[in-house]
Design a protein. Sequence first.
Length: 357
Amino acid sequence: MPVNKDLEQNHLSQLAYVYDKPMCEGLIKASPEDFQVSENLSFDLERQGNHAYLYLQKQNLNTITVAKRLETIANTKQVAIGYAGLKDKNALTSQWFSVDLSGKPEPDWSQIEDQNLKVIDITRHSRKLRRGAIAYNRFKINVRDLQGDLEELKQRLPKISETGVPNYFGSQRFGHNEQNLAYAVELFSSKTINGKKGSKNRFLQGLYISSARSMLFNKVLSYRVKNDTWNCAMHGDAMLLDGSNSYFVVDEVDQSVVQRVEEKDIHPTGPLYGLGKLATTHQIANIENQILSDNPLFLSGLEKFKAKMGRRSLCLDVKSMRWQLFEQDNQQRLELQFDLASGSYATSVLRELIVLL
């Protein structure tokens, strides 16, 4: 089956903007300290139990590398290590890990520390840390060398603070030059991974499957951004209850539905494609089916690998957003702080503010 023409271009560059393309550009991640992320769990720790919980600050290390270090120092297996989410390597990030120490002595955790990894806190809990168990991630971002129309940027900041941004999957999901999508094509066409037929690397397989689903979601969301329906309820929409995975279908957009959307109590959703039926009906189902059908290889591949149908909010609420614009060393700088729900991307917020150098 030929590769869909949509994959010949960087799909991220084709996604629609809410307020048109920004008129300012700037540089992030000039150093790890310029992009800080701190993880806040969705539950209270019991301070007792068989699972050691470590809050670690890292830089120049990815989450998997840190997990392997913990596995070694605790003399345990991979299954004993838990973490709630993957954090960027090229940033200063603080996140929780759990280690099942059932029947094992407490290791000397200081042995894990070096110039790139520090132990902030250690406690206990009765259960393993599971993926997605995050209430929110707090971002502190320093944008350097700002150039362009600063007045236009000043007008964007309060708008985004109030209305949020499209909940696009960011570039991290797709790899360098979106190579994960190319590997997804390879996987779906011949069941190989990176040219290795019959590969059992479940991590890579899951990565490429997630990339394919994410691209399809982004395309649906981009269509609705272009038509200014990404943050309002339409006839047939599947509306997500804020802070949950529960949704309901809107048969009639009455005033109560409009008010709940405005209050950010519910959010319109887009498809995470897989086995099962689309939750949407009427005009929204027609739109989603039309866009999805442009990528038949991805649809058949996701079904073949038994991905499950899901939904994701089209709207990303940017909470507790604060900012400061100032000049330093003859350069214009922007300091940003905001909270995002688990699974959302800070780059999707930045995308609506500046063009990244």
